[in-house]
Design a protein around this ligand. Structure first.
Ligand SMILES: Cc1cc2nc3c(=O)[nH]c(=O)nc-3n(C[C@H](O)[C@H](O)[C@H](O)COP(=O)(O)OP(=O)(O)OC[C@H]3O[C@@H](n4cnc5c(N)ncnc54)[C@H](O)[C@@H]3O)c2cc1C
Length: 377
């Protein structure tokens, strides 16, 4: 006869990529977790992204790399054109650069986490944390008035993390002065032309770029990156966004115009991009940050999702053993320190690379080199 599971169940805030990947990684070690997520179970979960090899390999470690490779479109080339269609660079991409839709990734992570014993509370929004002796978090309060006790708390609540604000109120995101508009086009013809190719039209002189990433036979992720000093922020109205995208693409080659014409902007997401100076620690007592909550990166690195999965897998590796000890002996701070020691240099390298790419976009006069590869290793 087996007794009750003696392990501590961590409370994870956020069922995004990092929170769910952490629940899966802990589940693979036979550990359960509780996840709280403010959106409903069937809510909108975004469009898609380029998943870089480090993210795919981290998914391999939790048994989900294969299913992503089978579903996603492999990107074989990166081509960057100037606005007149002249090639600025054209590179072969090694294996495991994937065009992946976010809903598919989120669904597989959610299903796997649940199968492995994670309990997810939907429509549950963290409002505040309660602290006890020596600053240990003892419970969280939700916006609907509920109170949940917490022995170990993980902030996986994204770029505007409330857990980060509670731990490090002085940490402020820095604006990058570039805004980004992301949508998905239903464009079978363009998807066929783009098959396996990540294409970007880059006009640094005018502070504008249009990127295209095919996800399958119909869908193409489209993103506009714009210097906010020169391009007014579009209103949420789809017609306004459409007009703006047309004006960005009007003198560009046919492929760019065709893809923009296929975008309805009935669903699109606007980001005022920013990042955060590195935190000297991403934990305090029994609480730790992971993913965007720990280190918001500029979108130029394309590392948000891959880094979040890597973080989660690494954190679970360190956290597993202490979670099996009695709650009063949970040695989390040591595990958190090791996690931070593993990851900090990688985060700083990506942060600096993202800043260099942003500078290159905003101040081309300071750079003589060709268009740089628009993502980080
Ligand atoms: C809805 C959504 C759609 C996205 N779509 C895209 C996309 O199409 N392309 C792209 O490149 N990137 C997209 N991203 C961003 C990308 O997923 C992240 O940058 C990256 O995956 C890092 O993951 P993360 O888990 O750290 O943060 P996120 O993936 O942002 O996850 C954070 C999670 O925490 C939840 N949360 C936040 N605050 C609270 C709170 N107070 N209480 C409870 N839950 C909370 C959020 O709802 C979210 O589910 C999207 C993010 C979100 C939240």
């Amino acid at each position: 006869m087996t007794g009750p599971d003696p392990a501590v169940t961590p409370l994870i805030i956020g069922a995004g990529v990092a929170g769910l990947a952490l629940a899966v990684a802990l589940g693979r070690q036979g550990l359960s977790s509780t996840v709280i997520e403010r959106r409903p179970a069937d809510g909108q979960v975004g469009f898609g992204f380029l998943l870089l090899p480090n993210g795919v390999q981290a998914l391999d470690r939790i048994g989900l790399g294969g299913v992503m490779r089978d579903h996603a479109q492999r990107m074989r080339r990166l081509t960057i054109y100037d606005p007149r269609g002249r090639t600025l660079r054209d590179d072969a991409l090694p294996a495991d650069h994937l065009g992946l839709d976010r809903p598919f990734l989120i669904d597989r992570l959610r299903e796997t986490a649940t199968d492995l014993g994670a309990r997810i509370h939907w429509r549950a929004c963290l409002d505040a944390v309660e602290r006890g002796d020596a600053g240990r978090v003892t419970a969280v309060r939700l916006t609907d008035g509920r109170r949940l006790p917490a022995t170990v708390l993980v902030g996986a609540d994204g770029v505007s993390s409330r857990v980060r604000r509670a731990l490090f109120p002085e940490a402020r995101r820095r604006p990058l002065h570039i805004w980004e508009l992301v949508t998905v086009a239903d464009a079978p013809e363009a998807a066929a032309i783009l098959h396996g190719r990540l294409v970007k039209y880059l006009d640094r002189a005018a502070g504008r770029a249009i990127g295209m990433l095919p996800l399958d036979r119909r869908k193409v992720i489209v993103y506009l990156q714009m210097d906010h000093r020169r391009w007014a922020v579009p209103r949420p109205d789809p017609a306004d966004r459409r007009r703006l995208a047309r004006s960005v693409a009007f003198d560009m080659p046919a492929l760019a115009r065709r893809v923009i014409e296929a975008c309805t902007f009935t669903r699109s997401h606007f980001y005022a991009t920013g990042d955060l100076d590195p935190l000297s620690a991403v934990h305090a007592r029994n609480t730790v940050l992971v993913g965007d909550a720990a280190h918001p990166l500029s979108p130029f690195t394309s590392q948000g999702v891959a880094s979040a999965i890597e973080d989660a897998v690494d954190l679970a590796r360190h956290l597993g053993p202490p979670l099996r000890r009695p709650p009063d002996a949970v040695g989390c701070p040591d595990a958190f320190t090791r996690f931070h020691a593993d990851r900090a240099a990688i985060w700083i390298r990506r942060l600096n690379h993202g800043r260099a790419l942003a500078r290159d976009f905003l101040h081309p006069e300071l750079h003589e080199h060709d268009a740089p590869i628009p993502f980080s290793a």
